[in-house]
Design a protein around this ligand. Structure first.
Ligand code: PLP
Length: 373
């Protein structure tokens, strides 16, 4: 049984073109990019070509791209690299991924939480008022991984620019699905993850403006201009570079597929659960992401039942899957605990097709009435 993957916000399958490049690079490039001889120089060229591709995809300079092992590492480096001091104040979106929230909570800084609207976005006008000379850093993701809700980055960026406060944006869910062109030029530092954009797992990037001070977390090597020690994973970095280029180059086509499949999925869910609702429905969202609450049901048992018939969806935060903890995102949006536990996430990719949603439609005919508590 082939599994219909409706859990693409957790990870995406690798693009065959990316896989081909990785295999070819792995076979033919054996040098260490730090070595000065020709083998090393060949590996260095591969890494720098990938850096150029990521920079071009994000509208920044190649020297503003730092390769790391994941977006989790990029977010940790962004926070710990700032060496926040006691008394410094960070204005943060409470719906951030835990890889942003946990290091911030471990830092010495005072955290000031943005208000969240029930629509799944931070209250931009309130946040803009809060950005004053007492705030040292503003942290807000571009799109939420659980609801797909697009956050008001342009408004925050403008306010930050006006007050001279740096902004950091976790942009992991964006490439191929919304614009990446001005992530760094708008004054933001940003994080990216390869495996969310049809690239390999084990690589990501931190984008920071060239003048930003950033202390390394790993010591003992001069790689990534001293900011991330450790021999570069040459072939996976090459794959990530290509995956980013493809995501941005094919964004229009991908978004069209996602919008059409998303509408089909939404109609299917509404037909089987007339009382169901999309969390964040009133907000602009990533196409193809539907966080759906079926009141008086258990989303966990819904997910398990779907899994048994070859359909993958997710509950809570996908990156801590296995845990049945309620979602901190839905909690911040004001959902009751019962509705939080009754919410399931479907996240599509351009690799899905309408027959998979037709399969879900058939399956739900029998399954839906059984799901209520
Ligand atoms: N940030 C967001 C918004 C995410 O969705 C995720 C993973 O789901 C991460 C960060 C962590 O990414 P990685 O798996 O590359 O560590």
């Amino acid at each position: 049984m082939q599994t219909a993957n409706f859990d693409n916000n957790a990870t995406t399958p690798i693009d065959p073109r990316v896989l081909e490049l990785i295999e070819r690079t792995q076979r033919s490039v054996c040098g260490n990019p730090s070595s000065l001889h020709s083998l090393g120089r060949a590996a260095r060229r591969v890494v720098e070509e990938a850096r150029d591709r990521v920079a071009a995809a994000c509208g920044c300079l190649p020297r503003e791209v730092y390769f790391v092992s994941s977006a989790t590492e990029a977010n940790n480096l962004a926070v710990f690299g700032r060496q926040l001091k006691r008394g410094q104040r960070v204005l943060v979106n409470p719906m951030e991924h835990k890889s942003v929230l946990a290091p911030l909570e471990a830092s010495a800084a005072d955290l000031l939480m943005m208000d969240v609207l029930t629509t799944g976005i931070v209250d931009a006008s309130k946040a803009v008022e809060q950005i004053d000379s007492n705030v040292d850093w503003v942290v807000c993701q571009a799109a939420n991984n659980e609801t797909g809700c697009l956050q008001p980055i342009a408004a925050l960026s403008e306010a930050c620019e006006a007050m001279g406060v740096p902004l950091f944006v976790d942009a992991v869910q964006i490439p191929g699905r919304a614009a990446t062109s001005d992530l760094v030029s708008c004054g933001a530092g940003a994080s990216l993850s390869s495996h969310k954009v049809f690239g390999p797992k084990g690589v990501g990037a931190l984008l920071v403006r060239a003048e930003t001070s950033l202390s390394p977390m790993l010591l003992g090597g001069a790689q990534e201009r001293g900011r991330r020690a450790g021999t570069e994973s040459v072939a996976t970095i090459a794959g990530f570079g290509l995956a980013m280029e493809l995501a941005v180059g094919e964004a229009t086509e991908r978004q069209a597929v996602l919008s059409s499949l998303g509408a089909q999925l939404q109609a299917c869910l509404s037909r089987h659960f007339p009382e169901g609702r999309v969390n964040g429905a009133e907000s602009a969202r990533l196409p193809g992401v539907i966080n759906f609450c079926v009141p008086r049901s258990s989303a966990e048992s819904f997910m398990m039942n779907l899994d048994m018939v070859g359909i993958a969806a997710s509950v809570g935060s996908a990156c801590s899957s296995g845990s049945t903890e309620p979602s901190h995102v839905l909690d911040a949006m004001g959902l009751s605990l019962a509705d939080n536990h009754a919410s399931i996430r479907f996240s599509l990719s351009h690799g899905n097709d309408s027959t998979e949603i037709e399969h879900l439609d058939v399956v739900l005919g029998e399954m839906a009435p059984r799901l209520f508590l």
